[in-house]
Design a binder for this molecule. Structure first.
Ligand SMILES: [Zn+2]
Ligand SMILES: [Zn+2]
Length: 151
C-alpha cells in the first residue's frame, strides 16, 4: 500500500464537495471526515476499517453511521464499492477507470491501470447480454509482499 499524495487527496476532496453541492447533498463535517479517510488511502478499506480511522476525529460516530454514509456516497457516485475475495464490501475513492489486483493470501486489493483493456472490442456475445457500462478486470494472485514472506 503506497502513500497517497496530498495533492491527490485535495483533488478528491474538491471533487467530493463539488459533486455534493451540485447534487444537493449536504457537506457535513461527518461526511467530509469519512470521505477524507477513504480518499487518503489506496488500500480499499472495509467500513470497519474506515470507522476505526474516523473515530479518532469523531469519537461519537457509530459504525452504523459510517455504513449509512458510505452507502449514500456510493449512491451519489462519490465512491465505489469493491467486491473482493471476502464478502465484506470494500470501498474505493479512486473513480478513475482502473482495475484491481487481489491477493488470495492477504486479501489485499491494489489498483492498476490498463489502457489497452479499456479500449478493447467486446465480443458480440457479451453485447447481446445487455448494455455494458463498465469493464473491470480483477486479477488474482499472490502479491509481492506475500511472495517474499517465508513459508
Ligand atoms: Zn498479499
Ligand atoms: Zn481501486
Amino acid at each position: 500500500v503506497s502513500e497517497i499524495a496530498g495533492e491527490l487527496i485535495e483533488q478528491r476532496l474538491k471533487r467530493f464537495v463539488d459533486v455534493c453541492r451540485c447534487r444537493g447533498l449536504k457537506v457535513t463535517h461527518q461526511r467530509l471526515e469519512i470521505f477524507r479517510q477513504l480518499a487518503s488511502t489506496d488500500a480499499h478499506p472495509t467500513a470497519e476499517e474506515i470507522f476505526n480511522r474516523v473515530r479518532v476525529q469523531l469519537p461519537r460516530v457509530s459504525l452504523d453511521t459510517v455504513y449509512r454514509t458510505l452507502a449514500t456516497m456510493q449512491e451519489y457516485g462519490l465512491i465505489a464499492r469493491v467486491e473482493a475475495l471476502d464478502d465484506r464490501g470494500r470501498f474505493d475513492a479512486n473513480l478513475e477507470r482502473h482495475h484491481h489486483f487481489v491477493c488470495t493470501e492477504c486479501k489485499g486489493v491494489s489498483d492498476f491501470y490498463w489502457p489497452s483493456l479499456d479500449v478493447i472490442k467486446l465480443p458480440r456475445e457479451a453485447k447481446k447480454l445487455g448494455e455494458v457500462r463498465q469493464i473491470c478486470a480483477e486479477l488474482r494472485g499472490i502479491c509481492t509482499s506475500c511472495q517474499s514472506q517465508p513459508g
